[in-house]
Design a protein around this ligand. Structure first.
Ligand code: ZN
Length: 396
């Protein structure tokens, strides 16, 4: 395995914009982020390469491309983060505090990063006159097949299916405060991409090729105008294999004090059986709560996710949920017993599962809702915003 160095010496502190291309007239906007986790430099390197090659093509673009570096201070040190994970930092409270014009001094290094990123992103969003897409590039501690993480809106699904990648739905439901969740709630079409092992040269290649495919899928450039377009499609296809669609079923959350250690040898997408001995922590053996595929097993010190368990989704269920969402069946679900709206727009529902015991979470997923939390017998779900219509396009 060819490997790359562990720090991105190419990024200066606070310098988030790697490159911006295209005029602010009409057409879609694509924002690409690399290095939101500072030990994941491959995305930044890939964005640099694309930036150099895009410059001479600028007059061929219909729309705009922005390439951003994420956690610049952590990238310089080659660490995941300085004080707090920047990809868990995009909660409403943090964004409000760190938004433009806030006079409060930053508490953490990541507050500073967030302030700088908001100052870069907000003008891009407010000047958009067509659809807005966001691609967030990551890498993993273990080696494995690259894949895309997709918040389950119809618009996100449609974008991801244009790319030859395996799609994992519903990860945003398990995590709070990701950059893409913030952008998704504003109305952008979003996709995360785990491109391979942190320090592998092949990860940079996968990221670079995926950026090119995303620029085309967003409609900013024609395939015939991309240098080596077929090569980039081949790189992604070869790295990712046959595209599949999976859903997240379980997240094993960890803290620094758990003493979590993954058992060696697990790779992304490796099948596991219920009860399989996967890891250890201070309280003993950790076994699989259900059968499925193991995703993102943690083999580094820092992180809040020990591993995930996913399952393949049958095409029928995807088709059914698309039909139900287009029919807006979710508008009626509050009429069922045990389902209580908590706001006037019926965007957030509280489900008394002692009454509505026949509506498991999967039913709400089908209809375009995501889990917020379980409190005893009560399940709170909220409708995924901007599921079908874009707030950025005239038709939306
Ligand atoms: Zn990451």
């Amino acid at each position: 395995m060819d490997s790359i160095t562990k720090t991105a010496e190419i990024v200066a502190e606070g310098e988030h914009l790697i490159g911006s291309f295209g005029a602010e007239s009409e057409g879609p906007t694509l924002m690409v982020f690399g290095g939101i986790h500072g030990n994941e430099t491959a995305g930044v390197r890939a964005a640099r390469r694309v930036s150099e090659k895009l410059a001479p093509l600028e007059d061929r673009l219909h729309g705009r491309v922005f390439l951003f570096a994420g956690n610049t201070r952590a990238l310089q040190k080659g660490v995941r983060f300085i004080d707090e994970d920047l990809n868990r930092h995009w909660t409403d409270a943090n964004v409000t505090r760190n938004d433009l014009g806030s006079q409060l001094p930053p508490q953490f290094s990541e507050d500073r990063e967030q302030m700088e990123l908001l100052a870069a992103i907000v003008p891009v969003l407010s000047s958009a006159s067509g659809e807005v897409f966001a691609l967030d590039l990551h890498s993993t501690s273990a080696e494995g097949v690259p894949f895309a993480t997709v918040g389950d809106t119809m618009r996100n699904r449609n974008f991801a299916t244009k790319l030859p990648v395996t799609m994992i739905l519903g990860i945003e439901e398990q995590l709070e405060g990701t950059l893409l969740e913030y952008l998704n709630n504003i109305g952008a079409v979003t996709m995360g991409f785990e491109g391979g092992q942190h320090y592998a040269e092949s990860t940079v290649n996968s990221h670079e090729s995926l950026i090119w495919l995303a620029i085309e899928a967003a409609g900013v450039i024609k395939k015939s105008d991309i240098p080596d377009a077929d090569y980039h499609a081949q790189v992604v296809k070869k790295a990712t294999g046959r595209p599949e669609i999976l859903e997240i079923r379980y997240r094993h959350e960890i803290t620094e004090n758990d003493g979590f250690v993954m058992r060696p040898g697990y790779e992304n997408f490796q099948p596991i059986r219920k009860g399989e001995y996967l890891a250890d922590d201070l309280s003993g053996n950790i076994r699989a709560s259900e059968s499925g595929l193991i995703l993102m097993p943690l083999y580094q010190k820092l992180g809040e996710d020990g591993f995930f368990i996913g399952r393949r989704i049958k095409p029928f269920w995807l088709w059914l949920s698309a039909v139900l969402r287009w029919m807006r069946i979710g508008d009626l679900i509050h009429l069922l017993p045990g389902v209580h709206p908590t706001d006037a727009d019926r965007e957030v529902l509280r489900v008394d599962t002692t009454v509505a015991r026949f509506f498991p979470l999967q039913v709400f997923h089908l209809l375009g809702f995501r889990k917020r939390r379980w409190t005893g017998e009560s399940l709170t779900v909220s409708r995924r915003r901007h599921d079908i219509n874009s707030p950025f396009t005239k038709e939306g």
